[in-house]
Design a protein around this ligand. Structure first.
Ligand code: ADP
Length: 261
């Protein structure tokens, strides 16, 4: 850890300078600690799929197996490789967001159309999970934003609403526009989030139930990416949730006004 000045915080210029200096050092220490934790977590997450791939390939190379066994193993290897691929692209995106080097392609977008496309794409996924997904929107909404990133944001949140739902459950996506902000609520009747976890779910690699998340292809980076995307668009994400009853994720994004279209 970095050194402090070791000067008393007296009520004069030197005291104030010493206090400011120590506060800055605290912030730098905190940021170094976070970076170390991130590298640690990332390495750990990458080790799991690599170990599975190695183990499976080794066992197939050792003896002769029937074709069905080879197929089963190849399918496990394929899933793990896909998991790793998603993890690496998420890590790269977060690294670019940290260094402010992800170039956003900002343009005027028909927000209603964009959201409708995502909901249509996810409907079959919801259906195969026995979950009902519907979209309610009134007037057309426009936004100034990056289409790829905004698609990623809503895809992640609606996908989570499917994954963390229960068979026979519902998801309601509601869009409201007050002329200044577009408020999109993604309301699910799923498992909900225990109160003590709510404040942490946007942290990198944070998962309430690691096994459930991994089984459905998650890596705990989705929501931190969503929050970054909302922030760079001048918006934010709120969460209301009750364990055993469901969750509502509310995404606020600046609307494009009528005269700017
Ligand atoms: P993951 O890849 O694990 O889904 P996310 O960053 O998208 O990672 O979400 C972090 C965690 O927040 C999840 O592992 C899950 O525990 C919780 N979570 C996210 N969305 C929901 C939801 N709609 N209902 C219940 N829990 C959720």
């Amino acid at each position: 850890l970095s050194k402090r000045l070791n000067l008393p915080y007296t009520n004069d210029e030197v005291g104030h300078l010493a206090q400011t200096f120590d506060m800055m050092i605290d912030k730098i220490d905190e940021s170094i600690k976070k970076q170390k934790q991130f590298t640690n977590d990332a390495s750990h997450e990458l080790r799991t799929p690599i170990a599975v791939i190695q183990g499976q390939a080794e066992s197939m190379l050792e003896n002769n197996h029937d074709i069905e066994e080879y197929k089963r193993t190849l399918s496990i290897i394929f899933d793990e490789a896909r998991h790793m691929g998603k993890l690496v692209s998420n890590l790269l995106l977060l690294a670019r967001s940290d260094s402010n080097t992800d170039k956003l392609n900002m343009e005027s977008l028909n927000f209603s159309e964009l959201l409708e496309g995502i909901v249509e794409e996810l409907k079959p996924v919801a259906k195969s999970n026995n979950v009902d997904l519907c979209l309610t929107k009134n007037e057309l909404s426009y936004i100034y934003g990056d289409q790829t990133r905004l698609t990623q944001l809503f895809y992640n949140i609606i996908d989570n609403a499917i994954i963390y739902n229960l068979p026979g459950g519902h998801i309601n996506v509601v869009v409201e526009n007050n002329g200044y902000y577009i408020k999109t609520s993604i309301q699910d009747t799923g498992i909900g989030i225990p109160e003590e976890h709510i404040n942490h779910i946007f942290e990198r690699f944070y998962r309430v139930d690691k096994a459930r998340s991994r089984q459905s292809g998650g890596n705990g980076l989705g929501l931190s990416i969503c929050q970054w995307i909302a922030t760079v668009h001048g918006g934010k994400i709120d969460v209301i949730s009750k364990e055993g009853h469901g969750s509502t994720f509310i995404v606020w994004l600046p609307a494009k006004s009528e005269k700017d279209r």
